[in-house]
Design a protein around this ligand. Sequence first.
Ligand code: ATP
Ligand code: MG
Length: 272
Amino acid sequence: MLADRSVDVHPTPQAPFYRAVGDEEEVFRAAAGGGLPVLLKGPTGCGKTRFVEAMAHELGRELITVAGHEDMTSADLVGRFLLRGGETVWVDGPLTRAVREGAICYLDEVVEARQDTVVVIHPLADHRRELALDRLGTTLPAAPGFQLVISYNPGYQSVLKNIKESTRQRFVAIELGFPPAEIEAQIVAREAGVGAETAEALVRLGNAIRSLDGSPLREASSTRMLILAGGLVAHGLSLRGAARSAIVQALSDDPDVVRALGELADAVLPPA
Ligand SMILES: Nc1ncnc2c1ncn2[C@@H]1O[C@H](COP(=O)(O)OP(=O)(O)OP(=O)(O)O)[C@@H](O)[C@H]1O
Ligand SMILES: [Mg+2]
């Protein structure tokens, strides 16, 4: 299972940098205290993964991250029998490992997975706190410290329909959005290694794109994108050049939209 590239076990030796925007840390701490599962919602690149990494570190828990995808089966989460040297051995999946070890299991974009896969988490997400290992004929109680965290992006319409009420209602929901301009500029400056002025200009552009009326974009310019653009500036590219490559071109393939975003960038960003 460790060889599975969709699974990431995170020891996080150093505290990950996370700048809180609202009361999300308090809510998460309270949920963790009660062993309650958490549903994180927010657009791509708004800090969901970073937030979980920071909370896991603060709570001193191991973080096991699983990236959801549409071919994911419950065996990918729970485990399976594998043939090893002529013998059939049971190998725990990442969810089972987290349940045994009392880790935080972060199922990223779990809604990408089919319903019959998602259903295995139900008994873990309510008072039962147990995982059925059907293939082994046993039920595993969750170790203290085990916590389930799932994320999804409400912007993807089809996904909204996919997350069943019976799943959602088991979770404490935390909504993360893009931070207010001042905080986002601090994040961009720190993460990209650029000065305050550059970071502030990128955030102005990000917010101008986010507030476009009737935007044809599927996703708005994320904090991640602004950091990416900042990283280009830190390595010598002009601010406008960086915005073009990391933001404008990345957001759309439609020539008209790209042209309009380019004009917006030129209007918002200071000349080189
Ligand atoms: N509040 C924040 N504090 C510190 N860094 C942040 C914050 N928000 C975003 N970032 C930065 O933005 C980057 C992208 O965030 P992250 O990967 O957590 O997004 P995400 O919401 O998990 O996106 P996706 O849905 O695509 O997985 C992080 O690597 C981090 O550099
Ligand atoms: Mg993420």
